[in-house]
Design a protein around this ligand. Structure first.
Ligand code: 5GP
Length: 200
C-alpha cells in the first residue's frame, strides 16, 4: 500500500453569512449565539457607538477611529468596510485564525462588500446568502415605519434591488422565512465536514 494514497480529510470551514440590508442577519446570529454557544462566531470590530444592552467584546469590539486606523495599518483585518455610509466594521483576523487552527469552523456575519473581499482572500469559504421571503417583505422591513422621505425610501429600495442581485455570487441561499429554521440550516452547514485533498 502506498503511503501517498490520497484520503480526503475534513477541515474546519469558514462560512460567510451575508445578504441585503434589513433581511434579518443580526437576528439570526443573535439567536444562533443563544441556542448554540459551542459554535465559533466572529465578533467584529466597529467604530459605531454601542447601542443600549450591547456588550463590548460580545456583540462587537467598539473602538474609536484612530484605533480602527491603526488596526488597518497593522493588517489586523481579514476584511473591513464602511457600512451604510456611517461607520466602519471589520473582521479581526487573529481570533478567527486561532479558531481554525483549533479545528473549529467559523461563521462571519458581514455585509456584501465584506463578503466580496473574503471571496478574494479565502476563495474556498462557503458563501451563504440570506434572502428575504419575498420582495414585499423586504420592502416592509426596510421602509416599515414610513417615517422617511420619499427620496430616502427610493434610495433604500434601489439599494435593496442591487443587494438582491448579489445572490448569484453566493454558494447557498437560505430564505429567512423563520429564524429557527435558518439557524438550524446554518448549524448543519457548520457541522458538515469540508473535504479537502491532502495536497490542498
Ligand atoms: P449593525 O450596526 O446594525 O450591528 O450592523 C450593520 C451592518 O454591518 C450589518 O449589515 C452587518 O452585516 C454589517 N457588519 C457587521 N460586522 C461586519 C464586519 O466585520 N464586516 C463587514 N464588512 N460588515 C459587518
Amino acid at each position: 500500500m502506498s503511503l501517498h494514497t490520497s484520503h480526503p480529510r475534513s477541515a474546519p470551514r469558514v462560512i460567510v453569512l451575508s445578504g441585503p440590508t434589513a433581511v434579518g442577519k443580526t437576528t439570526v446570529v443573535k439567536k444562533l449565539r443563544a441556542a448554540h454557544p459551542e459554535l465559533w462566531i466572529s465578533v467584529s470590530t466597529t467604530t459605531r457607538p454601542a447601542r443600549p444592552r450591547e456588550i463590548d467584546g460580545e456583540h462587537y469590539h467598539f473602538v474609536d477611529d484612530p484605533t480602527f486606523d491603526k488596526m488597518i495599518e497593522q493588517g489586523e483585518f481579514l476584511e473591513w468596510a464602511v457600512v451604510h455610509k456611517r461607520a466602519r466594521y471589520g473582521t479581526p483576523r487573529g481570533p478567527m485564525e486561532r479558531a481554525l487552527a483549533n479545528g473549529d469552523s467559523v461563521l462571519l456575519e458581514i455585509d456584501l462588500q465584506g463578503a466580496r473581499q473574503v471571496r478574494e482572500t479565502i476563495p474556498d469559504a462557503l458563501f451563504v446568502f440570506l434572502a428575504p421571503p419575498s420582495w414585499d417583505e423586504l420592502v416592509r422591513r426596510l421602509v416599515g415605519r414610513g417615517t422617511e422621505t420619499e427620496a430616502e425610501r427610493e434610495r433604500r429600495l434601489a439599494t435593496a434591488r442591487e443587494e438582491l442581485a448579489a445572490e448569484a455570487e453566493f454558494d447557498v441561499t437560505l430564505v429567512n422565512t423563520d429564524v429557527e429554521t435558518v439557524c438550524e440550516e446554518l448549524v448543519a452547514l457548520m457541522r458538515t465536514p469540508h473535504l479537502t485533498s491532502p495536497e490542498a
